[in-house]
Design a protein around this ligand. Structure first.
Ligand code: TQI
Ligand code: CA
Ligand code: ZN
Ligand code: ZN
Length: 166
């Protein structure tokens, strides 16, 4: 079953049309075209099942969501840990930061030892929207994903969770 963060933070109705941008101070580990298309697909999973919409910001400075790849300590108190373990993190509404660990083997089409960028993006966007972890193993918000697997599609549990929020 799905869960929310303490206090059930969510984006207010004035921010149901969210914009996103890519941070300029990060490490480039995935080419920009691939990154943009993966993120656009990942956001679409959530906009398809909710009244939220997502659009790349024309003006990066005013974006609601900022997506950046960092390695190690990057100044937010949650340093990345090199290859393995923590892959990415995102914070609850309305923080809007989505960080990927630049030291993982990211791929848009993963082999056995690689990590599927879209699966992780869909999970982290769930956090950005206010979903915590689910104990339903079919859910994108379930807290584990084996390397080399893809879990890009929302399960009924994820959809029920987003409907309970928005
Ligand atoms: N990163 C954790 C995660 O996103 C960070 C985290 C732990 C967290 N507890 C949290 C974030 C509570 C918000 C709220 O879950 S991770 C997976 C999964 C990670 C894990 O690197 O461990 C995915 C990132 F689900 F597969 F285990 C993405 Cl998809
Ligand atoms: Ca790591
Ligand atoms: Zn961070
Ligand atoms: Zn998570």
């Amino acid at each position: 079953h799905y869960n929310f963060f303490n206090g059930m933070p969510k984006w207010p109705p004035s921010k149901y049309h969210l914009t996103y941008t890519f941070g300029s101070d990060g490490v480039q580990v995935v080419d920009m075209d691939t990154l943009k298309s993966v993120c656009s697909d990942a956001f679409k999973k959530w906009s398809d099942v909710s009244q939220l919409t997502f659009q790349e910001a024309s003006d990066g400075a005013s974006a609601n969501i900022v997506i950046t790849f960092y390695r190690g300590d990057h100044g937010d108190g949650y340093p990345f840990d090199g290859p393995g373990r923590t892959l990415a993190h995102a914070f609850s509404p309305e923080d809007g930061h989505l960080h990927f660990d630049a030291e993982e083997k990211w791929s848009a089409n993963p082999a056995m030892d690689q990590i599927d960028l879209e699966s992780v993006a869909v999970h982290e966007i769930g956090h950005l929207l206010g979903l915590a972890h689910s104990n339903d193993s079919s859910a994108v918000m379930y807290p584990t994903i084996p390397p080399g697997t893809e879990k890009r599609d929302l399960a009924k549990d994820d959809i029920d969770g987003i409907h309970a929020l928005y």
